[in-house]
Design a binder for this molecule. Sequence first.
Ligand code: NOJ
Length: 531
Amino acid sequence: MDLGRMTRKQMEWWQEGVLYQIYPRSFRDSDGDGVGDLRGVIQSLDHLEWLGVDGVWLNPIHPSPNADWGYDVADYKGVHPELGSMKDAEELIAAAGERGIKILLDLVPNHTSRAHPWFVDALSSKDALHRDWYVWADPKPDGSPPNNWLSMFGGSAWEFDESSGQYYLHNFLDSQADLNWWSDDVRDAFDDVLRFWFEKGVAGFRIDVAHAVVKDKELRDNPPTEADDHPEIRRVGQRTVYSMNRPEVHDVLRGWRKVARSQDPPRILVGETYVLDLPRLATFYGNGDELDLAFNFPMVFSPLVGPVMKETVEMTFDQLPEVAWPVWMGSNHDVLRFPTRWCAGDERKIRIALMMLLTLRGTPFLYYGDEIGMTNVDVPYEQMKDPVGLRFHPENVGRDPGRTPMQWSGDEGAGFTDPGVTPWLPFGDHDRINVEDQKAAGGSILHLTRDLISLRKKTEDLRSVTQVTIPSPDGSFAYARGAATAVVLNMDDAPRTFEIDGDVLLTSSGRDLSASPLNLEGWEGAILVRG
Ligand code: NOJ
């Protein structure tokens, strides 16, 4: 696709805008119980509006036994009492809307909690109404599980049910039973869930494990991994070609898309497409009739190295069909925080990563705390909450280090909760990294993030469909956006000179610079209007 020659077309709000992910338990605690909640999000809308974000994705807010912190849903149409009430959810949607901020919820269609009434019924007998809403299979003759599928969280993906003598499938925890997406009843039930929340005014959904809800009908064994497989695949221990990634999933995505687009105004679908190759990622956009946005994990797992990022971004553009709009993020509640993963806490790198994420052709998602360069927090075993960390400690620290409370201030309680209250996960270094101090300090990472978002709003080029790589010295990544804007990122320790003319609009360091040529320090970036 020659992006240089594409012309401007009507852009949607979610293409031009910046989205922001909130992990509700960790954003702001309004009632002093140490757990963030929806009223805490409402109280934080000033911050989100000041920052300039257009939409918020909330991790699951539904009733849940919290074996996987909300990803084990017990009622898709409810609100977890720890997080608030339905009234709070409605108020949040309305109050955010008044500020021009849209709310996206997290849809978890791959599995329910074992405590969900559907599963409780399914377990009651082989003839139960909801029995075939889940994936059941007989043991092998020796009593072992029906096939070799492994859970993403370790061990077999099958759990034996003594009373019926069958196994049920769980691609994650045994308390997260996989739904059977071959069932029309399951499909109808989820269409109903979508409509329920659309009526309440949500702008769309982030869809959990969007690539994997359909399972092989014949339950064939997964093949082993190969030496050149991505480390994330080798970590699982097999290629999940039959337990996930089935071609029939596209039919499900098309169905949801129809429901979303039949709303007034139309709603959007963002997929957690946890695949590690770009050609496969491209398939989830369909012919413009599946997901609107599909998270790009190959990018997330690329190191922050100029030539590598350049190649990943270019390959993304090459592989994605013309109808597809890319999405970029560095952190989320599973992959930990980019200021640590990509940047090892180096502020220059954090700044350049933000400049890149917020200027690439596509939609950026910031994770709460990215805007202040929040880093991972060491969570001692005794305070761990994530089942992954608890199971694999000490080889794997799990996901808690990226889920700790938002660092609003350096005060006791971090501005997250009342002084003296123990937060559900420990605070990070909120004395050093927090919103309040950075707001007061011009030139902070927070101000850079806000300036980048504001420049994106003001500069049509930065929201345009065109991005073309500009030749640049080793270790750097430079690209033209739209008709006249250029982004130049020196991703190397050594200073570099760029032969480019124009007026510098913003630098990652805050230094005032002029171009022709442009001299950047190590790990410094600039956005300019070309002369
Ligand atoms: C992906 C979610 O992002 C993750 O947090 C969760 O543990 C798994 N899906 C299972 O729902």
